[in-house]
Design a protein around this ligand. Structure first.
Ligand code: ADP
Length: 494
């Protein structure tokens, strides 16, 4: 039997185990939602034990369902929600505090203070490619060290280990034998120098983070150890953060190629080749992937709220029972509706970076219907993408098309509206599970099932393309200008 690959995709809302054949064709998957905890305004937490158990459950189910033996599986790849911060005890393997999720804004004041230090913002950007923001792991880690009793002392004694979700899973899967992360995840911590590829002593000192708690940083294709959790011995051969993994899954291997993923949040990532581009427009420079010690850089725009705004309409406002009903619902919208939704539930990400904004709705009239609010929410994600494309173009990028993926792109009305609002061809691949696919590519490379990235390009097949519709573009520019003023009015309100 030809060997198979399992991709573990630990996302913000769910954990998935995805089975691929030796040619990276998706065969099957198992999925389980994980609980979101919102203990205070702007705080978002996960239970690390629940994350771990969900990963074991879905992987185990998949293996049993297909009666796979360890010899049938060539390798495991991991992709994960990035920046989310876990600090655990090296002896017990138990986290000392809940995972602080990437969306969490509790360190906004700490970041505000850091930004006031002369020259620090520029220094952080030069070293890490990032901006000072609660989004990244560094201040979340500092918060746990400062607020959990005894944590700092234990950390200094080397009794604790820090990691993003990939490191935590590798630690658990290898039963504490390996404390490693990959370069893409490290590049999101705000502690890693993306030129020298070292943890940065100056930033560690600034936040009083002991170096001994940090994982070893490795290539995306690497021997991350073996796991015996599922019976037999399985190799972990590849890791990349979810957005970088989606870039790989979308086969954006050439400078200038870009993908945008619409899941819980939206992330536009542009391959910039072996050149790190320092943005003048508040975008992030990041590591797209590192293979054989060779780094490919990316320019990224991150929007914190995309699909989670649809979840809000579903769960809090009870507009519909399932997200896929939105496509039919928006057909009932009022064509004259001027409603604009700014879904800044946890602040605004790129290019605004305002952690103190909160959501707002403009243009309500007596006849505003749930269809208008749903359409405006979907449109807000497209307007935010236009903000990012504009910022990237000002940094010198040139877009001829955009590859998209993620749960929201199953919605044809949204994908078409995205093309109209961006005035750009939008391509949705046949396989929209690109995040898991990227991890499968990395694991297959480690197992020798494919030689290099180049050999994977022919796997990318377009499922549906959306071109701008002339009739709908008129008026969208005006609406976009209104969007920009709505954002300005929302900023700094709280
Ligand atoms: P993640 O990997 O971040 O958990 P997914 O890529 O699975 O996210 O996408 C799920 C998100 O997409 C959810 O927030 C959901 O509200 C949204 N979503 C799913 N299907 C649709 C749809 N047909 N229309 C609009 N939004 C959708």
């Amino acid at each position: 039997m030809l060997k198979k690959v399992i991709a573990i995709d630990q996302g913000t809302t769910s954990s998935r185990a995805v089975l691929f054949d030796s040619g990276n064709n998706l065969l099957d998957f198992e999925q389980m939602e994980i609980e979101q905890h919102f203990p205070h305004d702007g705080w978002v937490e996960h239970d690390p034990e629940e994350i771990w158990k969900s990963v074991v459950t879905v992987t185990d189910k998949l293996i049993k369902k297909h009666s796979l033996k360890s010899t049938d599986i060539a390798s495991i790849g991991i992709t994960n929600q990035r920046e989310t911060t876990v600090l655990w005890d090296r002896n017990s393997g138990k986290a000392i505090y809940p995972a602080i999720v990437w969306q969490d804004r509790r360190t906004a004041d700490l970041c505000k203070g850091l930004k006031k230090e002369k020259g620090l913002e520029q220094k952080v950007q030069d070293k890490t490619g990032l901006l000072i923001d609660p989004y990244f792991s560094a201040t979340k880690l500092a918060w746990i060290l400062d607020n959990v009793s005894g944590a700092r002392k234990k950390a200094e004694k080397g009794e604790l280990a820090f990691g993003t979700i990939d490191s935590f899973l590798v630690w658990k899967l290898t039963q504490g034998k390996h404390h490693k992360t990959d370069a893409t995840n490290a590049s999101r911590t705000m502690l890693f120098n993306i030129d020298s590829h070292c943890w940065d002593d100056e930033l560690l000192q600034l936040l009083r983070i002991p170096k001994q708690i940090l994982p070893e940083v490795c290539d995306c294709v690497h021997d991350y150890g073996d796991t015996s959790v599922f019976g037999g011995s399985l190799k972990i051969g590849g890791i990349a953060g979810d957005q970088q993994s989606a870039l790989i899954g979308q086969c954006c291997f050439n400078p200038g190629e870009a993908k945008s993923t619409y899941g819980t949040g939206c992330f536009l990532l542009l391959n910039t080749g072996n050149k790190k581009i320092s943005s003048d427009n508040r975008l992030l420079s990041t590591i797209a992937y590192r293979l054989d010690g060779k780094t490919t850089y990316g320019l990224e725009g991150s929007i914190f709220v995309a699909g989670s705004a649809i979840q809000w309409l579903r769960d809090e406002l009870k507009f519909f029972k399932s997200a896929d009903e939105t496509e039919a619902l928006v057909k009932h919208r009022n064509n004259d509706s001027k409603v604009l939704v700014v879904p800044a539930f946890t602040g605004l990400g790129a290019p605004h970076w305002d952690p103190s904004s909160r959501g707002s709705i403009f243009g309500l009239t007596r006849d505003t219907h749930i269809a208008d609010l749903t359409a405006a929410t979907l449109e807000s994600i497209a307007f935010q993408t236009r903000d990012l494309i504009g910022a990237m173009e000002s940094d010198g990028a040139n877009f001829s098309e955009l590859r998209v993926d993620g749960g929201m792109t199953a919605n044809n009305w949204f994908s078409q509206q995205l093309s109209n609002i961006l005035n750009l061809k939008v391509l949705r691949p046949k396989v929209i599970e690109t995040t898991a696919l990227g991890a499968s590519y990395l694991a297959s490379m480690h197992a020798g099932l494919c030689p290099d990235l180049e050999s994977l390009k022919s796997n990318w097949i377009c499922g549906k393309s959306f071109v701008p519709e002339e009739k709908d573009i008129a008026g969208l520019d005006e609406k976009y200008n209104n969007w920009l003023s709505a954002v300005e009015r929302t900023k700094g309100l709280f």
